[in-house]
Design a protein around this ligand. Structure first.
Ligand SMILES: [Zn+2]
Ligand SMILES: [Zn+2]
Length: 125
């Protein structure tokens, strides 16, 4: 299915694809407005949530804030409870195992969000 993307949405998407920092809407806005000075935070916010609802990007709610990730393929996240850093864990098998494990005739899960919480290397020192 081809979905029409507005130029603004495309720019937002392209920025997200470039980074692995899981930015918030505010952070995306700060970057995207360098290229599109007329864009508003409300527009960025709306587009990010739309993209997430369509499954084009991931939306992670962490400490009551939304973070966005263009990588929707099978990876997991580790969140440091001290500094709030979000770190990608690229273990495809883990997600596949989880999906398979709960898969039954009652439900057919297509994606799984796995979030680990703990303390990162920097904060452990
Ligand atoms: Zn930390
Ligand atoms: Zn990620």
């Amino acid at each position: 299915m081809i979905r029409r993307m507005t130029n603004q949405r495309l720019k937002i998407m392209n920025y997200l694809k470039k980074v692995r920092t899981h930015p918030t809407a505010e952070q995306v806005y700060e970057e995207v407005k360098k290229e599109l000075p007329a864009i508003t935070l409300a527009t960025v916010y709306r587009n990010l949530h739309l993209l997430a609802d369509q499954g084009d990007i991931l939306k992670l709610e962490i400490n009551k804030e939304f973070h966005f990730d263009a990588d929707t393929c099978k990876h997991q996240h580790f969140i440091c409870r001290k500094c709030g850093k979000i770190i990608d864990i690229m273990d495809k098998d883990l997600s596949e195992y989880a999906l398979e494990k709960v898969s039954s005739k009652n439900f057919k899960p297509e994606c799984v969000t796995i979030i680990f919480r703990g303390i990162c290397k920097n904060c452990r020192r």
